[in-house]
Design a protein around this ligand. Structure first.
Ligand code: ADP
Length: 468
């Protein structure tokens, strides 16, 4: 069903484009042939007219010089020279025909229909013979009343135009065929990427495999660019799906460990012969494990809350330097155990801002947690706090593994974990939570990093929240 639908869409669309292409092609060819025909017939007519007038002048001259004898001689010479094309010549003087030269086949023209010009004037007329042929006659009357008429048939010209018409017709038929075939081939080729795109999307719909990709040529073609974009979108979806899968695995794994320990502790405690002190210890262990599980679930819920924009923030007056020191303080021991140096450089004039202190502590703790987690010993984590751009800026710099250019825009995505961080504990929600908290305070957070040399997370917060 899907494939019928797909073929239908592509075919009707393709057929429409092919038809348009063909129609434009055919109309263009027709216009060109018609215009060329018009130019041809006009220039042939002009050439014939000029030749006729030239003959008229020559014959008039010859007659004026030597009368009918010389004119006869000239007409005969013209015939002998082979330039003869049945030419009609008539001279009327004093009401009498002095000379008449007309090919027999032209006797069907009614010469009386000719309208002779007045004295000293000349004219050009066409005398039809009822058929397709016409006699084109140039007449001129001398001052003494002598009338000269020279005529030619339009048959030769008509034959040329007819040949042009026949050839033009053939040419047009050829153009129509080429246009139709070209239109179909071109549209089929042009729509090929669209075809592949639909096919790839259908495969994904049918198999559910987001690893499918559209075949692209890497050209600047808009359809190819669309294919590239779809591939990038698929890659992103694929990444998110993978991320969600691995997070689900991680969550399951992170839940299983404390749950197993909880079960073990409870089982041990239930064995007979335990002292009150031992029960107390077992319960304390159980509480610790429960806290761990609750912490994990809280983090997931916080993120969901922050991402749907329903996170409610308190409006405390927060001395940010203290908040940052608190967050750093949480990691003093961890850093020392790992062999990292941890330093805070705070500008005491940085001042306060309005915000949710526990949430801000949570955000900076996440940044500290990452900095320490992704920095191998020997290394350092350096934190600065200062007033900047009407607010407060906190910069966390580490000398750790860094983040690749590919990963950099994605680390803020929910559940996204960098490739090299798989070995570290984590769920891929820390940074999305950091961003959600900072943005909920009207601030912004960004990262610069050089893989292999370290990363720098820059947080800027306004003095007053613009969002609550
Ligand atoms: P995770 O639980 O994986 O730490 P986060 O959302 O906190 O999740 O971070 C997302 C990814 O960003 C990490 O998987 C890691 O690849 C990268 N990342 C975050 N902070 C750093 C850092 N300071 N140095 C190197 N990579 C980092």
């Amino acid at each position: 069903m899907f494939s019928n639908w797909r073929n239908g869409i592509v075919r009707t669309f393709g057929a429409r484009i092919a038809l348009w292409y063909f129609a434009l092609f055919a109309v263009g060819a027709l216009v060109i042939l018609l215009v060329a025909g018009l130019i041809l017939s006009r220039s042939l007519a002009r050439r014939d007219r000029e030749a006729l007038l030239a003959s008229l002048v020559r014959y008039t001259d010859a007659y004026s010089k030597g009368g009918v004898t010389v004119l006869d001689g000239l007409v005969a010479a013209d015939r002998a020279a082979g330039t003869y094309e049945p030419v009609f010549v008539r001279v009327i003087a004093g009401g009498r025909i002095r000379m008449l030269s007309i090919p027999v086949e032209w006797s069907r023209f009614n010469l009386n229909d000719l309208d002779p010009p007045g004295a000293g004037a000349s004219n050009l007329q066409q005398l039809p013979n009822g058929g397709r042929e016409a006699l084109e006659v140039a007449s001129s009357r001398l001052r003494d009343g002598t009338l000269f008429q020279v005529g030619r048939s339009t048959a030769r010209r008509d034959a040329v135009i007819e040949r042009y018409r026949d050839t033009g017709f053939l040419l047009f038929a050829l153009v129509v065929l080429v246009g139709l075939a070209g239109g179909l081939t071109l549209t089929t080729r042009a729509l090929q990427p669209l075809h592949e795109l639909t096919a790839a999307i259908l495969r994904i719909l049918q198999t559910g495999r987001t690893s499918e990709r559209v075949a692209v040529q890497g050209t600047a073609d808009p359809l190819d660019a669309l294919g590239t974009l779809v591939n990038r979108m698929l890659e992103r979806i694929d990444g998110l799906v993978q991320g969600m899968r691995s997070t689900l695995d991680n969550v399951a794994h992170d839940l299983r460990t404390p749950m197993t320990r909880l079960r073990g502790t409870a089982e041990m405690a239930l064995q007979s012969g335990r002292t009150t002190e031992e029960y107390r210890e077992a319960l304390a262990d159980c509480l610790e494990e429960v806290d761990r599980v609750t912490g994990l679930l809280d983090a997931l819920m916080d993120l969901a809350e922050a991402e749907t924009g329903s996170m409610r923030l308190r409006r405390d007056v927060v001395p940010l330097v203290d908040v940052v020191r608190d967050a750093v303080g949480l990691y003093d021991e961890v850093a020392e155990d790992k062999g990292l140096t941890l330093a805070v450089e705070a500008d005491l004039q940085a001042g306060t801002l309005t915000g949710d202190r526990p949430r801000l502590t949570q955000a900076f703790a996440n940044l500290m947690d990452n900095a320490i987690k992704y920095t191998p010993a020997p290394g350092s984590v350096h934190v600065t706090v200062r007033a900047a751009h009407g607010g407060i800026e906190v910069v966390v710099t580490d000398t750790g593994v860094g983040i690749s250019a590919d990963d950099r825009p994605r680390i803020w995505d929910r559940l996204y974990r960098g490739d090299q961080s798989r070995s570290e504990r984590g769920l891929g929600i820390g940074l999305s939570l950091v961003r959600a908290i900072i943005e909920a305070h009207g601030g912004r957070v960004s990262v610069e990093s050089e893989p292999g040399h370290g990363s720098r997370f820059r947080v800027w917060l306004p003095r007053d929240m613009t969002q609550m």
